[in-house]
Ligand binder design. Structure first.
Ligand code: FAD
Length: 693
């Protein structure tokens, strides 16, 4: 009989399937990894994937989905931890989902034997994270309507069982706005909340413990309501890791740190965004502190050869590389040093699992370019690693650290240890039984860090300035006693290189600064731009008041640079007031000489008020100077001045906001409450803008 086309297709598919089975995944990851598609697409579009979550859950046999709204990766990390725990302890068939990957119009058809968990970070001034914007606007919208076929019009989500956890920072005005609003919206739409929404507080430094304390009673309630039986949790890998003897790191299609396929193929092309960095030349770099032992870098990133654009007030993201010393430590303790350049293919073991980096790659590249190996360690992760300890004593120690939160705080958190340091301290023997998959699953993706652009796009359209204080924390009485920021020390190494140091080595950290296959040689750094709402008034004659101590002055250098240029060009520029603070004028007074130059252009309209916290016995901060200038501040506010705050979110921004309320109430003879209320309404009308971290 003749084969028709359909038969032929089926036959070929069967043959391929058989071949794949017998090769046992040896050829994993080359074209078949479902996630490879998203790396192949530089703009992050996930080709060919369904946006229908019900369909996705059905076809992959899942009964629980954990959605995340994440900006810096923490919410994503918590989501995957919940998914894993639900699966290993309660037998749920879980998947993790990026909120932006699905549509929500059919949420009313969500079956009542399934579960949705929402892990939602609140960003900036009560805003959703970038990936949660569409979902948030939809679900909290006034005229939300569904098309999944629900009969109950007043309670369209009556079948939806859900759980929610929020990540926030109590020092911000709109603490936990996201999870609270989504929780309220879901309840209003009739959805069934299984257990009280949890809230983790980064401001109090208790995020992890809040999460751990919330999830235990939550699981108990969930198990009771959904009739789940708890079982002994055993580690089930989400990813398969295959060592590839057939490939070497020199092979052209092995990723040795390239962020996606375009970069692998040597075509750095736009659009550049959070999935696709531009490898930008650093045009200039210099130190802007004048004291030994502390560093602040000023960098000029040249984007003229790209199609990257920015506006004054935007953010630039820098994609870091882990320090060589920490990569070595991590490989060493896992017993992988000899195999560091071994090629590995990593594959999601079910269709919903996404490999967080492109593969095939090498152990070295995955660790160096893609895993946040230096970050804080979670108690739950330490507990999970106990099963793979090299001996009984280490196993017991890991279990104790996992169970006893005070002991964990004393031995791990208070010492700022990273995961490899924890393992080293528990046992110096090689932890060779630890599956690499558990490391990929439990360690966050290495995140780009944001910097408030410190230049004006009007003045330097294709050169983006960064002002970055190099992170260094001294931990009293502990060894190693200094925690080094990943990105800022990498930038410091780049600066050293640019200034002729053949072997830059800030604090003995050593960086692979020429990048994968030397593609970053000649002082390049991977970046992308993120647009922000932190903006100058469109009319330059409007007055502005800026409060930006320390590196918080970064965007204001851009603002003032812009207004000075406008004044020079003959435009009428309104009052431009800057409150700036640092420790001592002789140590860390940023851009001291530049302010003089801007003053010449702006004349009387520019005023700088400085606060030095270590100049005299009396600590003076920007908020004190603000109080002293109450009359001027209030006068300008009455003239509709925009008020901007940038820098430290935890103390400074909150105090500035309080002081402003006091200024308004005392100058206008109003009650304290009324003063606060007016500050709130300035915030909602964008007259008061914050860029804080
Ligand atoms: P990281 O390695 O991220 O370390 C940062 C901190 O994390 C450490 O200081 C420590 O507190 C903690 N930490 C790290 N490892 C551990 C551990 N193992 N255990 C416990 N705690 C640990 N910064 C500027 O200097 N200038 C700017 O203009 C600027 N603008 C910003 C704008 C925005 C919108 C945001 C969100 C941030 C901005 N930042 C800015 C901050 C910047 O993004 C980085 O957070 C900062 O430079 C530190 O990055 P890093 O990689 O060097 O440090």
């Amino acid at each position: 009989a003749q084969l028709d086309t359909l038969d032929l297709v089926v036959l070929i598919a069967l043959l391929l399937g058989t071949a794949a089975y017998f090769t046992k995944g040896t050829y994993w990851g080359i074209p078949k990894d479902p996630y490879a598609a998203s790396f192949a697409n530089a703009n992050g579009a996930k080709a060919g994937r369904t946006r229908n979550i019900l369909e996705k859950m059905d076809e992959s046999g899942k009964n629980a989905v954990v959605f995340y709204g994440s900006q810096t990766g923490t919410a994503e990390d918590y989501a995957s931890r919940l998914a894993k725990e639900g699966s290993s302890r309660f037998g749920l068939k879980t998947m993790v989902a990026d909120l932006e990957d699905y549509d929500y119009e059919n949420l009313d058809a969500f079956p009542d034997d399934k579960l949705a968990i929402f892990v939602l970070a609140t960003y900036g001034e009560g805003e959703p994270t970038d990936n949660a914007v569409d979902f948030f606007e939809f679900i909290t919208g006034d005229d939300v309507s569904f098309n999944g076929g629900s009969a109950a019009e007043d309670r369209p989500l009556a079948n939806l069982k859900y759980i929610a956890f929020g990540l926030g920072n109590n020092t911000y005005e709109h603490y936990q706005a996201l999870v609270r609003k989504v929780d309220a919206a879901l309840t209003k739409l009739g959805a069934q909340r299984i257990s009280a929404a949890g809230e983790g507080d980064d401001g109090a430094g208790t995020m992890e413990e809040d999460f751990l304390a919330w999830k235990e009673p939550m699981w108990t309630e969930l198990a009771a309501k959904m009739h789940l039986e708890e079982r002994e949790a055993v580690y089930e890998p989400t990813f398969g890791v295959a060592e590839r003897d057939d490939l070497s790191a020199d092979t052209n299609d092995v990723y040795v740190g390239e962020p996606n396929k375009n970069h692998l193929e040597g075509k750095s092309k736009g659009p550049y965004n959070s999935h696709n960095p531009y490898i930008a030349p650093i045009a200039e770099s210099r130190e802007v502190f004048t004291v030994k032992g502390r560093n602040c870098l000023h960098l000029e990133i040249d984007v003229s050869a790209s199609n990257l654009t920015y506006q004054t007030g935007d953010h630039i993201a820098v994609w870091p590389t882990n320090a060589g010393r920490e990569v070595d430590r991590f490989l060493n303790i896992l017993g992988l040093s000899d195999r560091r350049h071994m090629v590995i293919s990593v594959k999601g073991l079910d269709s919903t699992a996404r490999v967080p980096f492109p593969t095939p790659t090498t152990y070295d590249a995955a660790i160096r370019y893609h895993m946040e190996i230096c970050g804080p360690v979670s108690r739950q992760f330490v507990a999970a690693l106990a099963a793979f300890a090299p001996d009984e004593a280490s196993k017991n120690e890991m279990a104790r650290l996992g169970e006893d939160k005070d002991y964990f705080r004393e031995k791990v958190s208070n010492q700022y240890l990273n995961i490899a340091q924890v393992l080293e301290r528990v046992s110096e023997a090689k932890w060779a039984n630890v599956p690499f998959s558990i490391m990929i699953e439990s360690i966050q993706k290495l995140q780009p860090r944001y910097y408030s652009i410190s230049s004006s796009s009007l003045v330097q359209k294709s050169k983006i300035s960064i002002t970055a204080v190099v992170e260094e924390i001294r931990v009293p009485g502990s060894k190693p006693n200094i925690v080094k920021g990943v990105t800022t020390n990498y930038l410091l190494a780049l600066k050293q290189k640019q200034h002729g140091d053949a072997d830059p080595d800030p604090h003995g950290l050593t960086y692979a600064i020429t990048g994968p296959r030397n593609k970053y040689d000649g002082c390049h750094v991977p970046v992308h731009v993120r647009h922000s709402n932190f903006k100058l008034p469109s009319d330059p004659s409007k007055p502005i008041i800026m409060v930006g101590p320390g590196s918080g002055v970064a965007p204001f250098r851009g603002f003032i640079q812009e207004r000075a240029a406008q004044a020079k060009a003959g435009e009428k520029v309104g009052k431009t007031i800057l409150f700036y603070g640092c420790r001592k004028p002789s140590e860390d007074f940023l851009y001291r000489d530049e302010w003089e130059v801007y003053k010449q252009a702006l004349g009387e309209s520019f005023e700088l008020f400085t606060a030095f916290s270590r100049e005299t016995d009396q600590k003076v901060y920007v908020q004190h100077r603000l109080s002293e200038q109450a009359a001027l501040v209030d006068e300008l506010l009455q003239k509709k001045a925009n008020f901007y705050v940038c820098g430290d979110a935890s103390n400074m921004a909150r105090e500035v906001s309080i002081v402003l309320g006091q200024i308004i109430s005392s100058r206008r003879g109003l009650s304290a409450e009324k003063g606060e209320e007016l500050v709130k309404s300035m915030r909602s009308s964008n007259q008061y803008q914050e860029d804080v971290w």
